[in-house]
Design a protein around this ligand. Sequence first.
Ligand code: C2E
Ligand code: MG
Ligand code: MG
Ligand code: MG
Length: 290
Amino acid sequence: NAKSQGANRFLFFNDAMNQLAVKRLQIENLIRYGLKEDFFCVYYQPKLDIITGQLVGMEALVRFNTPKGGLISPASFIPIAEETGQIIEIGEVVLRKACQDVKRWIDQGLFDGRVAVNLSSRQFALPFLCEQIDQILQETELPSYHLELEITEGTVMQSPKLAIETMKKLRARGMHLAMDDFGTGYSSLAYLKQFPLNTLKIDKIFIDDLNTARGRNMVDTIVTIAHNLNLTVVAEGVEQLEQVEMLHKLRCQIIQGYYYSKPISANDFSTFLQEIKQKRWQSFAIATDV
Ligand code: C2E
Ligand code: MG
Ligand code: MG
Ligand code: MG
């Protein structure tokens, strides 16, 4: 049968079938196959202090590593994994791998900060989420304060009261919480101040818009809200030096983006950490008079 002949068999379906449905089924099957064969891996993107240019942490981003060496980006499988519920298992794999990698880097004296891991709505809603995370931290021997969890407005607004309880439980364990893609969901300021967050991540769409007065105003407003709530601000998707300088002017503290580095494999990140330690890495400190 098709299944026993591997994932490639799923590419051949009756032409008459709805193309979308076929694609979804292919991806669902590919995910199942990937989970079984351990094809999911974690890439890391550095986060930088905008003034000192120092590495302050990194975000763990899932990749599907095909046997032929190709990488499939999450945009093409996360939405389907969300629907099928497979995201729960993927999320667990990502969390475990990220904790293992960071534990190793800490033990090697290469890193002492936090790794940020994305949580999907489905994961966040799991009644045993905290227990699952506890177990992974225990298994990997990673202290909870090295872990930050990224959630979106959509995730917490589904059921804000319940979300606050879950967030409090996670914070009580020492983890940090970041609101991802801030400004793209429907936010409620009334709730925002009740959420026990540490960080606001400004979505790339606002960073792309920094060359307009309106865009700068938006970022200025978001930073002001964040600071009033005592939250650290991270700008996502920073690609150009001009954006870095503008973000500094707008009092944003941390940047993440291609300007500094794309997400890289755990091996490459390990090399990168060693180069920083040996001071063989170019400084990204900016002129403070900008
Ligand atoms: P996100 O959490 O907002 O992650 C940031 C995304 O922006 C990443 O895309 C990253 O590669 C991309 N990015 C960073 N800097 C730049 C830049 O300067 N320019 C451009 N064009 N892009 C930049 P990626 O890795 O494709 O992930 C996309 C989304 O998939 C993530 O958005 C997140 O929502 C989701 N995702 C990724 N990994 C996981 C995971 O392990 N679990 C869950 N639940 N979702 C994940
Ligand atoms: Mg994220
Ligand atoms: Mg984001
Ligand atoms: Mg995003």
